[in-house]
Structure formats: structure tokens, C-alpha cells
Ligand binder design. Structure first.
Ligand SMILES: Nc1ncnc2c1ncn2[C@@H]1O[C@H](COP(=O)(O)OP(=O)(O)OP(=O)(O)O)[C@@H](O)[C@H]1O
Length: 260
């Protein structure tokens, strides 16, 4: 079980990150020199136009994919120095994941799904913490149900509890509300916000939705594989306006400046 990264430091960061797919005429620079830190005990959203590199950034920061050059850190651990086995252990023990498609195990109960990462790691669940999580996600009366017996919003709440069960240093969420109606989406976002503000966790979320991004403490904006802006205390209106500016500049060299 890991401890919290101190407030004020980056729970995760990438430095001078490049990710290149293909070669020659087919070369795509999905990340084109990104340096960004995701502060501990904060909720950060990653936004940007389609194809701007959001998922690539998240996957590389989380050790699900490797950079072409540059470095990715979880706390002070440089992911580039880890072999496959250590990377798998780091992902299992120090990172939580929430995906758009919930990714629960259909044959397991809600309770078993929540403690699955701990069981896989051979770790004994901290029952006080898991009980508190179950309380926060509001599924105490569904613990023996299977995922197929739950609504989409309930399933995603289970996925959030599962991501938090091992007290990871950082939770990466990829479009966690993409398959939910606005009310269920708001519940999941409130949950992620509570994990940060009441439980001291760190959340990094990729989203297309300005309303979702407004739940974050800070939004970082990508365009053409570069970090082009950051916004603290976002509102849906401010985020939407910023995104509209990308649309207005599309094809006119949008996002070629770098902010880090
Ligand atoms: N495996 C791959 N092979 C080739 N190109 C890829 C691959 N994965 C991503 N890309 C390209 O890299 C760029 C960034 O993709 P990425 O999925 O990170 O963007 P995104 O901002 O998450 O997009 P979206 O909002 O549409 O999900 C895009 O041009 C994409 O086509």
C-alpha cells in the first residue's frame, strides 16, 4: 500500500514528451514536445480537439504506452527505467483506471469487482477504506449483484470504487462519462471530485465534455500534440469558449504555441 504524494508535487508528469506513429509521409506526432505535471490531490481534466493527443498523453503518463522520447514519471519513478514486470506492478499498485466502457468483470459481484485489484496484487483490503468507498459510491445494497444487474451509472460508480480501492497515487479516467446520461455522468464526476477533495486522491481525466471538465480543479488543453493552455477553476462556459477558439483557428495553425 502506498502513501499519498505530498500536496504541491506532481503525482504524475511527462517531460519533453514525444510520441510518433508511423514514418515518412505517414508520420503522426501524437505528442509533440509536451511537458506537464498533474498535481497531487487535485482533479485535472485534459481537453482538446479530436486527434489532439489526449488519449496518447494519458496512456503514456499512466504507463499503458511508451513515449518515443522524453520521460514519464509517477511520483519520482521514471517509467522509462522500469522493465515490463515492474511496470505491471506499478500500474497495479500505484495507478487506478476508469474507462468509458466500465470494464467490470461480469462473473464477479460488485464487492468482488471493487476488491479485484487488491486480490490480484495479493494485498489485504483495508476494510475501513473499502467500506468508506462503498458508502461514498452509494452501492452498499448492491454488493452481491452482478454488473449486468446494474445501470450504466451504477456500473461506472463500481469502476470508480475499484480504481480507488488500493489507494493509488493517481487515478486516470478516460472519458468516464462518455457512455452515461447527464445525470449519471454528474454522479460519477461528483464521486471523482469527492475522491480528490475529501479523500486526498489525485485524478486525471480525459474528456470531450466541457460540463465534465468543469468538475476539475484545472483543465489542460492540447492541440496538435502540444500543450497550449491551462485553466484553473474552470466553468463549462469558459471551457466551451476555449474549445470554440480551437474551432475558429482550425486549419490556421491552431495550437502551435507551447505553454508548459
Ligand atoms: N496506434 C496509432 N497509430 C497511428 N496513429 C495513431 C495511433 N494512435 C493515435 N494515433 C494518432 O495520434 C493522434 C492523437 O491521437 P489521440 O487518440 O491521442 O487523440 P485524442 O485527442 O485522444 O482524440 P479523440 O478525442 O478523437 O479521442 C491522432 O492523429 C491519431 O490518429
Amino acid at each position: 500500500m502506498t502513501t499519498l504524494t505530498p500536496v504541491g508535487t506532481s503525482a504524475a508528469r511527462v517531460v519533453d514528451a514525444f510520441k510518433v506513429y508511423g514514418a515518412g509521409d505517414a508520420e503522426v506526432r501524437a505528442l509533440d514536445g509536451v511537458t506537464v505535471g498533474f498535481p497531487a490531490a487535485r482533479f485535472t481534466a485534459i481537453m482538446g480537439p479530436s486527434g489532439s493527443g489526449k488519449s496518447t498523453l494519458m496512456h503514456c503518463a499512466a504507463g499503458l504506452d511508451t513515449l518515443s522520447s522524453g520521460s514519464a514519471f509517477i511520483g519520482t519513478t521514471d517509467l522509462g527505467t522500469l522493465g515490463d514486470r515492474d511496470l505491471t506492478l506499478l500500474r497495479r499498485e500505484r495507478i487506478g483506471f476508469v474507462f468509458q466502457s466500465f470494464n467490470l468483470v461480469g462473473t464477479l459481484t460488485v464487492a468482488e469487482n471493487i476488491t479485484l485489484p487488491l486480490d490480484l496484487a495479493g494485498a489485504r483490503p483495508d476494510t475501513d477504506w473499502v467500506d468508506a468507498l462503498i458508502d461514498v459510491v452509494g452501492l452498499g445494497d448492491r454488493l452481491l449483484h452482478r454488473p449486468s444487474e446494474l445501470s450504466g451509472g451504477q456500473q461506472q460508480r463500481v469502476a470508480v470504487a475499484r480504481a480507488l480501492a488500493g489507494r493509488p497515487d493517481v487515478v486516470f479516467a478516460d472519458e468516464p462519462t462518455g457512455n452515461l446520461d447527464s445525470r449519471s455522468g454528474a454522479e460519477v464526476l461528483n464521486l471523482l471530485g469527492r475522491a480528490v477533495h475529501e479523500m486526498g486522491r489525485t485524478v486525471v481525466m480525459v474528456t470531450h465534455d466541457p460540463v465534465a471538465a468543469a468538475h476539475a480543479d484545472e483543465v489542460v488543453f492540447l492541440a496538435d500534440g502540444r500543450l497550449v493552455d491551462r485553466m484553473t477553476d474552470p466553468t463549462a462556459e469558459k471551457v466551451l469558449d476555449r474549445m470554440k477558439a480551437f474551432d475558429g483557428l482550425a486549419g490556421a495553425g491552431a495550437g502551435r504555441g507551447t505553454v508548459s
